[in-house]
Design a protein around this ligand. Structure first.
Ligand code: PEP
Ligand code: MG
Length: 575
């Protein structure tokens, strides 16, 4: 039967393929005691589940190494070493033989006991084992309970991945070569599914409430991520119509490619910098392809999330050097220091639960407490800068004290490298992300101590409006065109200019074609976005006169509501 759903289109494109559904099954093993005659059978069941897990993980490691590279395969080596741990095997066997539990119950209990022990340890390298143990334990449990697992890291054919939501660690291990589209029930424009799908140019529709009700997996799905529409089991006539619409979209995208070599210059001469947001070296090809003049945001947390422990200085140096060298001295790269916590977890580090994680121990707050981790990263960035041109940017700053403390640690790192006789980029520029109302209000003070600002509208909107950026219930209130946000942006730009500094923007608003003229008119110097959005924004900027844009911005800043702003910039949906 045919079903149609509406959602939020967050990464342009159209995909037609069969659905693969990611739906973790709730396994509730029976705690009842087993009879002595059942012990042997349950021990056999456990041994079978363990052997099957080993085979599955070995196959995945091979596939991951072949398709995604050795680095991605490493997580599976860690999983294999968990399987080989005799303590784990003996603990579960004891629970079956001595405590008389059936295999699934013994596995669930045994795994949680051991994982909890590791999670309590202070050493992050040992804590990381807890995540591995739980992951492997879930696999053994599924085998014992006869529950099939959907393997997203090794998809057999092209498909559209459907899920309630996708966590960063799920997407990190996903087989993107066979993922033609994403549809999720939760999420908004700035959710991680959205950001990752845009950077990989995979069409995605999020916030598609109820779609999983009619998806078991294997159904044909049309994903229209231009209009935010998802059709399950479409009619033959629709399939044809959408295949045509897809071709038209691809032709249009190619036409925008012709702008690649042209500058982002307004008709009356003003030039803007258009840069790419990246999550790692893998995104550079896209940045270069779409003509990015640099990287305005390198989200280094992905390097940390895609690992089994905190990456050391050498591992980080290798990644940053690759990015610096690839972009070269003419295309600067802004490296954001670790922005973890809030909604971004690490598989190997147990953050203490907090009442309000978005207001909690995250980003620069964590780095200023864990100076060992922070300085490791700063040294790696400084060293890599020699191979191109890097800039450093601190996230979530709320005060001059934090900025000065971070800069002080940077100077310490320079001293250490000097003492070690290691070459580094001594003249590295330092900036901050403006993501908090505090940074907006203090922009004049902060501007004296930075080389640049970059406005993170994803968080700035969240904190200015006190609207959780990931909560679908209040998604309509999350509006970067709210006059409070626009006035904040203007205040920051003016403060930086008064101090002779420049301001960029790396939140999602910077890549929204419908806001480009308005932001240009407000004086924004640099726009950093998903690489594939660059041609569309460039087209807007090349077609405008700066004087018109300034007049428009003047009116928008006097508007009393977001709808008033929208009326000024045209009949636009989606921002
Ligand atoms: C932002 O907050 O606008 C931003 C770019 O950072 P992130 O989306 O990674 O929080
Ligand atoms: Mg942010």
């Amino acid at each position: 039967m045919r079903f149609e759903y509406k959602g939020v289109p967050v990464s342009d494109g159209i995909a037609i393929a069969r659905a693969v559904v990611l739906r973790p099954v709730d396994i509730a093993p029976d705690p009842a005691e087993i009879g002595p005659d059942q012990v042997e059978a349950e021990l056999g069941r456990f041994a079978g589940a363990l052997a099957a897990a080993r085979e599955q993980i070995e196959a995945l490691a091979g596939e991951a190494a072949r398709r995604l590279g050795e680095e991605q395969a490493e997580i599976f080596s860690a999983h294999l070493s968990v399987l080989e741990d005799p303590v784990l095997e003996e603990t579960i066997q004891d629970k079956i033989a001595q405590e008389r539990h059936n295999a699934p119950y013994a596995i669930a209990e045994g795994i949680e006991e051991i994982a909890a022990l590791f999670a309590q340890l202070r050493d992050p390298y040992l804590q990381e084992r807890a995540a591995d143990i739980r992951d492997v334990g879930r696999r053994i449990l599924e085998n014992a309970a006869g529950v099939a697992r959907v393997e997203l890291s090794c998809l057999p054919e092209d498909c559209i991945v459907a899920a309630r939501d996708l966590t960063p660690s799920e997407t990190v291990s996903m087989d993107f070569a066979h993922t033609l589209g994403f549809v999720t029930e939760l999420g908004g424009r700035t959710s991680h599914t959205a950001i990752i799908s845009r950077s990989l140019e995979i069409p995605a529709v999020v916030g598609t409430a109820g779609v999983l009700e009619h998806l078991a997996g294997g159904e044909t799905v049309i994903l229209d991520a231009l209009d935010g529409c998802v059709v399950v089991n479409p009619e033959p006539e629709e399939l044809e119509r959408y295949a045509q619409k897809r071709q038209e979209f691809l032709r249009g995208r190619e036409a925008l490619g012709a702008l690649r070599e042209l500058p982002a210059q307004a008709r009356d001469g003003k030039c803007f910098e258009l840069c790419a947001n990246i999550g790692g070296p893998g995104d550079l090809a896209g940045a270069v392809k779409y003509g990015a003049q640099g990287v305005g945001l390198y989200r280094t947390e992905l390097l940390y999330m895609n690992d089994t422990h905190f990456p050391d200085e050498e591992a980080q140096f290798a990644a940053y050097r690759e990015v610096a060298a690839e972009m070269g001295a003419q295309r600067p790269v802004i490296v954001r220091t670790l922005d973890i916590g809030g909604d971004k977890a690490l598989p190997y580090y147990a953050f203490e639960p907090e009442e309000n994680p978005f207001l909690g121990w995250r980003a620069i707050r964590m780095c200023l407490d864990r100076t060992d981790l922070f300085k490791t990263q700063l040294r790696a960035i400084l060293r890599a800068g020699v191979f191109g041109k890097l800039r450093i940017m601190f996230p979530m700053i709320i005060s001059l004290d934090e900025l000065l403390a971070a800069k002080g640690l940077l100077e310490e790192c320079k001293e250490e490298l000097r003492a070690r006789d290691v070459p580094f980029q001594a003249d590295i520029e330092v900036g901050i992300m403006v993501e908090t109302p505090a940074a907006v209000m203090m922009a004049d003070v902060l501007a004296e101590h930075v080389d640049f600002f970059s406005i993170g509208t994803n968080d700035l909107t969240q904190y200015t409006l006190a609207v959780d950026r990931g909560n679908p219930r209040i998604a309509a209130r999350y509006d970067p065109l709210h006059p409070a946000v626009l006035r904040s942006i203007k205040r920051v730009i003016d403060a930086s200019h008064a101090a002779g500094k420049w301001t960029g923007m790396c939140g999602e608003l910077a890549g929204d074609v419908r806001a480009a003229v308005l932001l240009a008119g407000m004086g924004l110097d640099e726009f950093s976005m998903t690489a594939s959005s660059i041609p569309g924004v460039k087209k807007q900027l090349r077609e405008m006169y700066l004087s018109d844009a300034q007049a428009l911005a003047g009116l928008a800043l006097r508007a009393s509501t977001a709808d008033g702003v929208r009326r000024l910039i045209g009949p636009r949906e989606g921002i």
